[in-house]
Design a protein around this ligand. Structure first.
Ligand SMILES: Nc1ncnc2c1ncn2[C@@H]1O[C@H](COP(=O)(O)OP(=O)(O)OP(=O)(O)O)[C@@H](O)[C@H]1O
Length: 208
């Protein structure tokens, strides 16, 4: 399983190229920080990796990657459901029995330091807890490709730090993970780095 990105470039209409010449193979077990200045095309690249958009040049080949999960900037949960319910749902949907799902969900809550709020309703969680819960739920769903868009954008410094610690525990052997971020600490919590800033320079050098 892998994603092969080759010669990838994108621009909207006849606006300047956002990035060009991006070559990379993405592997499971790794967490790729996707960085670059605001407007450099990080969210656009996530959409291209997901298959939602087609790049103007180059290719993205999904090799044995069929399902894609997302974690967005703002945590979205069911207000009156408990934290553990959120993590159990994808496991139950995948065919696990209740007891098994609960055991796996508790393990994930431990990994993301959420055991103390396992039985708390989603609406009572703090912003950082909610975001860590979204990461735990995404891991429970075991997508082959997991795309995380600016997970600390809405958070204050200390809450962002908690989420970054969760990012450093995100790697999963069966999932390729890409995290778009502005935050240098989030970048440092990942195992690998793709810098779109470098591919803007190539754009300027390469012209249109
Ligand atoms: N559908 C679209 N049509 C035209 N322009 C677009 C479209 N979507 C995004 N853009 C522009 O493309 C550029 C890159 O946007 P994108 O959201 O991918 O950047 P980003 O690196 O994720 O930015 P930020 O870090 O600020 O979130 C921006 O200038 C944006 O306005």
């Amino acid at each position: 399983m892998r994603v092969d990105v080759s010669g990838l470039g994108h621009r909207f209409g006849d606006r300047p190229w956002l990035f060009r010449g991006l070559d990379r193979t993405l592997h499971p077990g790794r967490v790729y920080a996707l960085t670059g200045p605001s407007g450099s095309g990080k969210s656009t690249l996530l959409a291209i990796l997901a298959g939602w958009m087609t790049a103007r040049e180059g290719s993205v080949e999904h090799r044995h990657v069929d399902d894609v999960g997302w974690v967005f900037q703002n945590p979205h949960g069911t207000p009156r459901r408990t934290a553990i319910d959120h993590v159990m749902f994808p496991l139950l949907a995948g065919g696990a029995r209740v007891r098994e799902a609960e055991a796996v969900a508790r393990g994930l809550l431990e990994r993301f330091r959420l055991v103390d709020v396992a039985d708390q309703q989603f609406r009572r969680l703090s912003g950082g807890e909610g975001q860590r819960l979204m990461l735990a739920r995404a891991v429970a769903a075991q997508p082959q490709l997991l795309l995380v868009d600016e997970p600390t954008a809405q958070l204050d410094l200390s809450t962002a730090r908690e989420v970054n610690q969760a990012i450093s525990r995100l790697a999963s052997p069966r999932t390729i993970i890409v995290v778009a971020t502005h935050n240098p600490e989030t970048r440092d919590s990942c195992t690998d780095h793709v810098d779109l800033g470098e591919h803007q320079d190539a754009t300027r050098a390469g012209g249109r």
